[in-house]
Write a new protein. Structure first.
Length: 435
């Protein structure tokens, strides 16, 4: 039985945002038609020549590069085309973009026609990833399949299934360039299963343990305001059923269902540099959860700031600040992890009120034909509120990365972090992360 209906104005706003998609696509199509009708005295690109692709469709390269003939030579941004192709992750680093005159037939007047030449090499994009772990608290085994260029369209597919001592999980996500049209991009994701969740402070026994069945389905829509600046919205259904009668349960939360509407603004003008993205990036988001059963409405505001710059010959100096404040129901809370939280116990620290900062220096020690290998050192500090009181954490750490040049998942690595407050070490795995 529904507890609180979703406000009509929220549903109307979501429908309004989705209804604007045809307008965006129409504006993009009109712009393309107008550009085809404009001739320029400096010359016109009438053909795109692509070398080095086997699985990728030519239209996919056009979409990523954001160029479609005919287009005036003077309107081309060759560095921008190269940058977008590099950032797609589908191609190896050595990408050449150039303009050359088009060979004209003897009876042709095509002296002002040119060819855009793109030379690149594809990365391997299909990755089967079996995984497993055995710890003092149980075991987990599973299989994930990652494809960054589904059917050569640039569509990203990630699907995974796992089984453990406490339950089963399935996950599916679709996104990437294949679901982009013009300035508009779509993403779809879903997860379901049964799991046993434990929440604990660093160095202490769990203070919360329960088993739940959960389901989440999400639809996302992003619109590029200008290159590097995007606005987006998400709509998600969340359902979690808690087994309150389980004998091993400690402080189990209530079962819940909610419709969650989110809005996000992100700015990411970073450029590819050796093995990392150079420059600043920022993201801010707001989510409103509308109760359907078992909980009250809730709000969440989050932000994520990053900055990387080269230091010394092969080094990277990076900074990252993450924060969130909200009233998310306990049963929907996600684990804190990744940069800023490596000094906390993995998969056991949960909160929706936190602030963390990290500084990292990373140095490349080997540049091979197939990979770059780096060592890194970092320091982290922050606060989070898992219960009523704030908990502080801080400490140093070190790790390594292997950045694969021929595979679409660029980074593999391991981090070892020391929590100074509780005198304990934590290990975390890095997979698919480009700083």
């Amino acid at each position: 039985m529904l507890r609180t209906p979703v406000p009509i104005r929220t549903v109307a706003l979501s429908l309004l945002l989705l209804a604007t998609v045809p307008g965006w696509l129409s504006a993009y199509a009109n712009h393309a038609r107008d550009s085809k009708s404009r001739l320029n005295a400096d010359g016109l690109i009438t053909e795109i020549e692509i070398e080095g692709i086997e699985r990728t469709r030519p239209q996919t390269v056009h979409r990523i590069a954001r160029v479609e003939p005919p287009v005036a030579v003077s309107e081309l941004d060759l560095e921008g085309i190269q940058r977008r192709l590099q950032r797609s992750g589908l191609f190896q680093d050595d990408i050449t973009v150039a303009v050359r005159p088009r060979a004209a037939a003897p009876d042709s007047s095509a002296a002002s026609e040119f060819v855009l030449s793109i030379k690149l090499q594809e990365r391997w994009t299909l990755l089967p990833l079996p995984f497993g772990a055995v710890t003092s608290s149980g075991w987990t085994a599973g299989f994930a399949l990652y494809e960054a260029n589904l059917f050569g369209t640039g569509t990203m597919l990630l699907t995974a299934a796992s089984i453990s001592h406490s339950g089963r999980q399935v996950f599916l996500s679709l996104g990437g360039h294949g679901l982009r049209r013009g300035r508009t991009a779509l993403s779809i994701s879903g997860a379901a299963g049964t799991d046993e969740r434990e929440t604990a402070l660093a160095g202490e026994d769990p203070y919360e343990r329960y088993r739940r069945q959960h389901l989440q389905a999400q639809l996302g829509l992003r619109y590029e305001l200008r290159e590097g600046l995007e606005a987006g919205t998400t709509a998600a259904l969340q359902i979690a059923e808690v087994d309150e009668g389980r004998s091993a349960a400690i402080r189990p939360p209530s079962s819940a269902a909610a419709y969650r509407q989110g809005f996000r603004l992100s700015w990411d003008p970073r450029e590819y540099h050796e093995y990392f993205l150079r420059g600043p990036a920022a993201r801010i988001s707001y989510h409103r959860g509308f109760a359907l059963e078992g909980i009250d409405n809730y709000d969440v505001v989050a932000t994520d700031l990053q900055y990387n710059r080269p230091l010394l010959a092969d080094g990277r100096l990076g900074f990252r600040v993450r924060g969130e404040i909200g009233s998310t129901p306990r049963v929907f809370l996600q684990s804190l992890g990744g940069v800023g939280f490596r000094t906390l116990p993995g998969n056991q620290a949960r909160a929706d009120r936190y602030a963390a900062a990290a500084a990292t220096y990373e140095h490349r020690i080997a540049k091979l034909s197939w990979a770059s290998i780096t060592l890194l050192g970092f320091g982290e500090a922050g606060v989070y509120q898992p219960q009523d009181a704030l908990e502080r954490f801080h400490g140093p750490g070190a790790g390594f990365r292997v950045y694969l040049s021929r595979v679409a998942v660029p980074a593999l690595g391991l981090d070892l972090a020391y929590n100074w407050k509780v005198d304990e070490w934590f290990v975390s795995l890095a997979l698919g992360l480009m700083p």
